[in-house]
Design a protein around this ligand. Sequence first.
Ligand SMILES: [Zn+2]
Ligand SMILES: [Zn+2]
Length: 206
Amino acid sequence: MAEGRVMPHSLQCGCGKLKGAVEHTERANHAVCYCRDCQAFAHFLGGLDQILDERGGSEVVQISPRYVRFSEGEENLACVRLTPAGLVRWYASCCNTPIGNTMATPEMSFVGLLHSCLDGLGSSLGEVFGPIRCWGNVAGAKGMPKPRQVGVPRAILWLLSTLIVARLDGSYKRTPFFDEAGSLIATPRVLSANEHRALMESVDTA
Ligand SMILES: [Zn+2]
Ligand SMILES: [Zn+2]
């Protein structure tokens, strides 16, 4: 390992068909999101206990997509949008492991990788990606009192600087989620209004 260079962290789906790695783990923003849409994504995939914490939080590692690569089983990457304008939520269709969330355009260059494709591989995520520094969208958390919202301004600053740098230096073009023409590599399934309503109801009653 060259000096100053952090080892890539392995990424894989639950069944192991989809494999990849995350580089520059030190540049990530480690966060928990309690929003209802992230919970809905977990409901869409099933296996809630493996995805959400006891308050409905999703542990995510936000990072520039140029540091993410897939090495095997990329054909299993699928995506869904809860609403026509919603985030593009990626998962491994072989075993419904959530992978991460992106915008629908490569110019908005970030991905929030779900812990489910990153853990179970040796070291704790805090050791690899740094401690959790942000707990956001706490109004969506299950139970009372709500967790304290922490670190959101810093996370927004991180996101804006990541987006701007990628835009200025052109590195937004290096992403495994879009092809060279800037199109998503998989066609998102967009939930119908009825499917969306039913999913949000399952979030509210969980
Ligand atoms: Zn799989
Ligand atoms: Zn969320």
